[in-house]
Design a protein around this ligand. Sequence first.
Ligand SMILES: C[S@@+](CC[C@H](N)C(=O)[O-])C[C@H]1O[C@@H](n2cnc3c(N)ncnc32)[C@H](O)[C@@H]1O
Length: 257
Amino acid sequence: MIELFDYDAELSRYNLRLRAAAGVRTADRVLDIGCGTGQTTRDAARSATSGSALGVDLSRPMVDRARQLSEGEGIRNVSFERADAQVHPFAPGDFTLGLSRFGTMFFTDPVAAFTNIGRALRPGARLVQVVWQAYDRQEWSIAIRQALAGGRMAPAGLSHGAFSLADPTVAAGVLTAAGFTAVEITEVREPIYYGPDAASARDALFDLRMVEDLVADLDAAETARALDRLLAMLDAHDTGEGVWFDSGAWLVTARRR
Ligand SMILES: C[S@@+](CC[C@H](N)C(=O)[O-])C[C@H]1O[C@@H](n2cnc3c(N)ncnc32)[C@H](O)[C@@H]1O
């Protein structure tokens, strides 16, 4: 079985914030975008006792695990599809609530993607998401880059799309252009968890592909020293209850016009 990164553990504090903001009602039909292994989808389904929840994700292993976990928990009103939320032909107006826990930042054409998601929502339906703030507002991002860089100039940022909605003006502009209204963006700061100890946290960072690019131009000896520094830094963040970092996100809510 493939080892999948445990987002549920990493994001447990954000889960509580998202769930509170979403306020899933009993009859809701919920669409969870970039659902991963589906914790948020299952939570929504549990609240939507006379409704249902659909989780979509690009990753086949994530969707397979989501189904497996849901069957194990005996949840009947939840389903999952391997789908690209940017272009998937959702039934128009089928959903009363859209939801995403850090699953909407990776679109190649965000306006087209949110327009497609909007079509799936009933007019007036809410879309509730959490997205990362900029990398320089993330203790985890800064600490990882500095540890790997040592005395060298740290690379500008982690090179994945996780920060594409980090600028609230951009996020609001994308949603408005995609046909959403009443956009509200609120700061949420919560610690995130990378594992029970430094070695597990280091392995998690490799799983998340946060390390490779930052050591790509180092030779073998420099890489070994960089990884030693990384381990020491992670150890310094071991609270005794695992390795935790401060982080910042935006809670973004909007309404389909
Ligand atoms: C940071 S993970 C979050 C997963 C999940 N929401 C959670 O909180 O556990 C981002 C997820 O978005 C998915 N994703 C990225 N682009 C997507 C797309 N265009 N359509 C559907 N899922 C996508 C990825 O496969 C990944 O599982």
